[in-house]
Structure formats: C-alpha cells, structure tokens
Design a protein around this ligand. Structure first.
Ligand code: SF4
Ligand code: SF4
Length: 370
C-alpha cells in the first residue's frame, strides 16, 4: 500500500487527464452530489456531508475538510456506461433505399471515474455481466467500458439508507478497480491510502508522488473502513432470499406495498443495476432522415409490459412484485448473484419512502411494518 498526501492528490487527477481521460467525479449541483466532469481537487465536495432517510436527501456542511465525507447521490455511473438515451443507428434516404450509419461504438472517449464507491463498483460489475457476459455483447457498452479507468474510494462514512455489508459489496472495495483510495484524516494529518488493482493502475500510481505506507498508516485506512461497516444501521436478511420470495408470490404484503407505490419509476432510474430499455424510431418531416434510439425504460411503466392482446402486469402490485423479485430472486437464476448492491438509492429517492429492506423483512414475517 502507498500513501498519497492530500497535497499530491491533484497530481493523480493531472496524470489521468494527461493520459487522455475525461475525468468524472463527485461534485455538488442543485443541492445534491452528482457525477460530472472535474479537473481539480477543488471541484470535489470538500467538507460536504449528506443526510439520507426514506424519501429524504439533503446536503450538510461537515465540521472537517473531508473530500469524500458523503455517500451516493441520485446519479450512478451507469449514466456514463449505459447512457439514458443512445442512438443505435441513423438512416438517410439514398435513391430508392437508405444508407445506414451504425453508431454503436462511436463513443471512444476515454473516461476516468474518480470516486467510485464499492457498492457502485459491484453495480458496474453486475452490468458487465448483463451487457457483456452472455452470448450477445452490447458493443456500445463494451466500448465505453473498455475505455473506462476506475478510481474507487472506500467508504469511511455511511448513509442512513446504505446496507452494502448485507449484500457483500462494501464498504471496502475488493475487486474491479484500477486504483483504490481510502481517505484518512486525524491528528492533523490528511492523506489517502492507495493500492492498485491492475497493471495500468500501478503505472498511474507510479507516476504520482507517493511513498510506501507504514504499518500504522495501512491499519488506519483499514480501521476507518471497518468502523464504517460497524456504523451501518440498515440491513437486509439475504439468507435463502431467492427461495423465500419464490414461495411468497401471493403474500399479502404485495397488496400493502401496492397501496403506497406510485409506480413513478424513480427506483429503477436511480438504481445502478437496473438495465431495462425500450427502442424508439424517429423520422424527420421530410422522411429523408430517421434514427433508432434506445432509452432507459422501467418495469414500473404500463407500456413496458404491453403486448399484443393486453398488459401482462396491469396492477402496481404485479409491477412492484416483479421489480423486487427480479432483483432479489430471479437475478440469481439469471446471473448467479442477487441484483441489488445495497446502495439505498431506491429508498432515498422513492417519493413514498418505500424501503426495500423493510419490504423483505415484512415478507419474511420479521415484524417490520414500514
Ligand atoms: S435495488 Fe435499491 S438498494 Fe439495491 S442496488 Fe438498486 S437502488 Fe441500490
Ligand atoms: S417503489 Fe417508490 S420509487 Fe419505485 S415506483 Fe413505487 S413509488 Fe416510485
């Protein structure tokens, strides 16, 4: 492990920019932490913390200068790897036919994601499975992914809706990063414990002023992550969960949650693992140009499940049940893991404050009636 002093962190950013990466990291916009283009340590949310409860989110001023003293905001990294809207091809009239311009791999801009939280890293690895792990590889996703450099930042603070430890995805990152950082503050010191996860990560670290970590320094980083794990207040009991849900198809809790759910789609839009999309064709008024676009869709919309002859999930009960059981049961059959990383976004950004952990508890009969 290495130490990068706070005063040298800018050199890590500069090194990535000099290697042609578009640097994206957390920054404050419209009262929230969002991921956007950054160029300097000064663009990071220094001294900013967040408060999260079901259907509640706010930023607050911390009483220290932590650069990563907050957890996840409404925007996940999937926005950059799997954009909300993507043009699959354009068609231009040419004589009696059309010339087709495929646009599946046009985005070759190299991106460095700076400040990927461990749960989000797991979300990216899950979407890798979805878009690249099967017979058919999504070329646009693969191109973006091949061009992405990941700097993970382990969590040393946790949010009120986080339950990563239950899902085995945090608060420390174990794989999938090029570089992992842990921010350590205390005793007048402020530094980052750094490690590399790939040869290119090692190469970038080698180009930035750093030194070997002493044993106490390495320990202080690990302890900060352990304390974060202990501070988590929310949990999900995942024991046998896929089968429990399969056995609960007619559980009365689905009626209960259906009375609270607005079918607004927020949970699916903010979720780092949700991947449903729809395809739309558009043409201009002359009929000379057309394009086919893919855009995010949600299993909560009526149109999503409309088929010839009707809608296969006409009720909110059926749609909420589909969402939750896909995440926590059928995902296991499809991909061999659960499809939730415990980031808590769906709880924070649900206008009704529906809490996926409380719904699971209620279905298990654990006496929670949120
Ligand atoms: S289901 Fe909710 S807690 Fe789980 S990954 Fe999606 S947004 Fe995060
Ligand atoms: S669970 Fe909440 S966020 Fe999701 S669709 Fe229902 S009301 Fe919207």
């Amino acid at each position: 492990m290495y130490i990068i002093e706070l005063t040298e962190l800018q050199n890590l950013l500069k090194e990535l920019i000099s290697r042609g990466y578009l640097l994206i990291g957390p920054t404050v916009r419209s009262g929230a932490i969002v991921y956007d283009s950054i160029r300097s340590v000064n663009d990071l949310p220094r001294g900013t913390g967040d408060e999260q409860e079901p259907s509640r989110y706010s930023l607050r001023q911390r009483n220290d200068d932590m650069l990563f003293g907050f957890v996840v905001g409404p925007v996940s990294w999937k926005k950059f790897l799997y954009p909300p809207r993507h043009t699959m091809f354009r068609a231009t009239r040419a004589g009696k036919g059309f010339t087709i311009t495929p646009e599946g791999t046009e985005n070759r801009q190299k991106m460095a994601f700076f400040g990927v939280r461990p749960c989000e890293l797991s979300g990216i690895l899950m979407q890798d499975q979805v878009f690249m792990g099967g017979t058919y590889v999504d070329r646009a996703y693969k191109t973006a992914r091949d061009n992405a450099f990941i700097v993970a930042v382990n969590c040393t603070v946790t949010g009120g809706n986080c339950f990563c430890a239950s899902m085995g995805t945090g608060p420390g990152a174990t794989r999938g990063f090029d570089i992992a950082l842990t921010e350590v503050m205390g005793g007048g010191k402020h530094y980052f414990v750094a490690s590399s996860g790939t040869p290119r990560g090692e190469e970038v670290l080698g180009a930035v002023p750093h030194r070997e970590a002493t044993e106490p320094e390495s320990r202080s980083g690990l302890d900060a992550v352990s304390r974060a794990a202990e501070s988590l207040t929310k949990r999900m009991d995942v024991r046998d969960l896929p089968q429990v849900l399969k056995d609960s198809f007619e559980h009365p809790r689905w009626d209960d949650v259906a009375r609270r759910c607005l079918s607004c789609t927020n949970c699916t839009m903010v979720c780092p693992t949700c991947f449903c999309s729809t395809v739309e064709d558009a043409t201009d008024l002359t009929g000379a140009h057309a394009e086919r676009n893919r855009r995010w869709d949600s299993c909560f919309t009526m149109d999503f499940t409309k088929v010839a002859g009707g809608n296969i999930r006409p009720s909110i009960r059926a749609r909420y049940r589909q969402w939750l059981t896909h995440k926590l049961s059928n995902w296991m059959d499809q991909f061999g893991t659960l499809g939730c990383v415990g980031c808590g976004r769906c709880i924070t950004w649900c206008p009704s404050g529906i809490d996926i952990t409380a719904e699971v508890d209620a279905i298990r009969g654990n006496g929670v009636h949120a």
